[in-house]
Design a protein around this ligand. Structure first.
Ligand code: NAD
Length: 517
């Protein structure tokens, strides 16, 4: 089947999911590499979103009733379906997002791995279990389980259109919820493909995972409907609007927002490896990575060698749209203005632009940003304080790793970061004191590929966690149950308790706890 035919199928499939409602408005998704139309999708209004969520409510009951084994088997079928069609999905990601095919394959691989982990660990993490009853309720059995919330709304961005939303979708489904997903208006075809794949792989509960398409107004409708929890991934500015809308219905929210991640390069670091990781962390996917490295703080001992190595490596990068390109165009053309502003602000404040910059001759065509390395950028410059989200890297000389940590932490964001040091203890200490949700030592972004590790930020990078046990629990409510096993002769929680019972209890407490000072 040709790609055009595949796209027709995808668009039809999307219509199958969501166009059982009469929606008049449509929008086009276009390829950032060529401007060609990738697909035409409905703009779902509040009524359409409401109908989709209502169907999801019915499906949530069917899905929950399947039990752990039934859900695991269907999530495995879905994972298998994605794994068998990886190239097809990667082609679509390339067309709609612009990233190289190999990067798309990597992204899909991560998503499939997370699906497997979430399905495989849901029962152990969330299922009914007994916990210690404690002294006061020794005659009772105590139980804990994590129950699904119902319907989870997922609003996603365009930069990792498979991996990022799947961090919420896979874990929410594995926990027993139904999901309604609103993909970014820049990548609706990928979202529609994922939902169509679900219907094909899990035909007996097709509405457990559905998609609605549209721009911010469709996302806002999903907040108002309401759903039982809203998992949002996107910018901090939109996250604030989502929280405000969800506050109206007391809908809980998960916020996966932007970042300004830093790398610390210590005196004893492997400078070549650190430079390689910094260049990949900053420039892959055109720098459009929430956990991408945007700032490096290198100690005086390694700074010159590090800058020389980064410069040499960056000169080998080639933005473009062919099979040899290292990264593609900016997915959203409006982002180019932000990147240019940050580079221009830095240059105006005295920074040195050692590669790239805003020179239009340095890129193959409009829509691309050259790999840009900035030195000596003042700490109050927008290239240091705001999320740039482009293939840029600032490198700053610092006295030592302590100063590097202080500067790394001096940001309103706190998503992730990296430490390069040969000393395990030193690196671990720096990593633990880095104010971020995730840090990798002697590599970049690795935590995202470890399904057992939670993923999320602090400060303006958001709150709540996807991935790992925390990610499963995020889409549940804890349910506590006690069951009286035997009745005691004296029941303290009864108006019939003897008068002296309180004195006896105080004496016992004095003996057990009173000796602690
Ligand atoms: P964005 O905030 O512009 O949009 C995100 C989503 O929100 C889109 O689907 C959009 O249609 C929707 N939306 C817009 N207005 C809305 C409203 N009023 N109510 C509800 N939904 C609304 O972000 P983006 O440009 O798509 O993505 C880039 C941002 O996402 C960057 O800041 C990046 O760092 C962040 N990001 C974070 C993570 C993470 O896991 N922390 C992952 C990927 C991207």
């Amino acid at each position: 089947m040709s790609l055009a035919e595949q796209m027709d199928t995808v668009t039809d499939a999307a219509a199958g999911t969501v166009d059982r409602h009469a929606t008049t408005q449509t929008f086009e998704s276009t390829a950032p590499t060529t401007g060609a139309v990738v697909g035409v999708f409905p703009v779902h209004d509040e009524a359409a979103v409401g109908e989709t969520v209502a169907r999801a409510r019915t499906a949530a009951e069917q899905w929950a009733a399947l039990g752990w084994d039934g859900r695991k088997q269907r999530l495995s079928a879905y994972r298998g379906y994605l794994a068998r069609r990886m190239h097809e999905l990667a082609d679509l990601v390339y067309r709609e997002n612009g990233k190289p095919h190999a990067d798309a394959i990597l992204e899909i691989t991560l998503a499939v791995d997370h699906l497997a982990w979430a399905a495989g660990h849901a029962r152990k993490t969330l299922g009914l279990r007994k916990v210690a009853s404690g002294m006061l309720a020794a005659n009772h059995a105590a139980y804990l389980e994590y129950q699904p919330l119902g319907v989870i709304g997922v609003i996603g961005p365009w930069n990792y259109p498979v991996f990022t939303p799947m961090g919420s979708i896979a874990y929410a489904l594995a926990a027993g919820n139904a999901v309604v997903f609103k993909p970014s208006e820049h990548t609706p075809a990928v979202g529609a493909w994922l939902a169509a794949a679900w219907r094909a792989a899990v035909p007996d509960v097709p509405d457990a995972f559905q998609v609605v398409t549209g721009n911010g107004s469709t996302g806002a409708a999903l907040c108002r409907v309401p759903v039982d929890k809203l998992a949002f991934t996107g910018s901090a500015a939109t996250g604030k609007k989502v929280m405000a809308a969800c506050a109206e219905t007391l809908t809980p929210v998960l916020m996966e927002l932007g970042g300004k991640d830093a790398m610390i390069v210590d005196d004893d670091a492997d400078v070549v490896a650190a430079a390689d990781a910094a260049v990949w962390g900053a420039m892959s996917n055109g720098g459009q990575t929430c956990i991408g490295i945007e700032r490096v703080y290198a100690t005086s001992a390694v700074y010159d060698r590090f800058v020389a190595e980064v410069t040499a490596q960056v000169q080998k990068l080639r933005p473009g749209s062919d099979g040899e390109a290292t990264y593609g165009p900016m997915t959203m053309s409006s982002q180019i203005d932000i990147v240019r502003r940050h580079v221009a602000d830095a240059a105006a404040a005295g920074a040195r632009v050692v590669t790239g910059g805003t020179d239009p001759d340095a890129v193959p065509a409009e829509g691309y940003v050259a790999p840009t390395v900035l030195l000596d950028v003042p700490e109050d410059s927008s290239a240091i304080t705001e999320e740039t989200f482009g293939p840029t890297l600032t490198i700053t000389r610092v006295r030592d790793a302590e100063e590097a940590l202080e500067r790394a932490n001096a940001t309103s964001y706190g998503l992730a970061g990296a430490v390069f040091s040969a000393s395990k203890d030193r690196a671990m200490d720096l990593a633990r004191r880095m104010r971020s949700g995730m840090t990798s030592v002697n590599s970049v972004l690795t935590f995202a590929s470890v399904p057992a590790l939670p993923f999320g930020g602090v400060g303006e990078s958001g709150f709540g966690r996807i991935h790992g046990e925390d990610g499963l629990k995020e889409f549940t409510r804890a349910k506590a149950i006690t069951r009286q096993r035997v009745a005691l002769p004296v029941n303290l929680m009864s108006f019939g308790r003897p008068e002296k019972a309180a004195d006896a209890l105080a004496r016992v407490m004095g003996m057990v706890h009173g000796r602690h000072r």
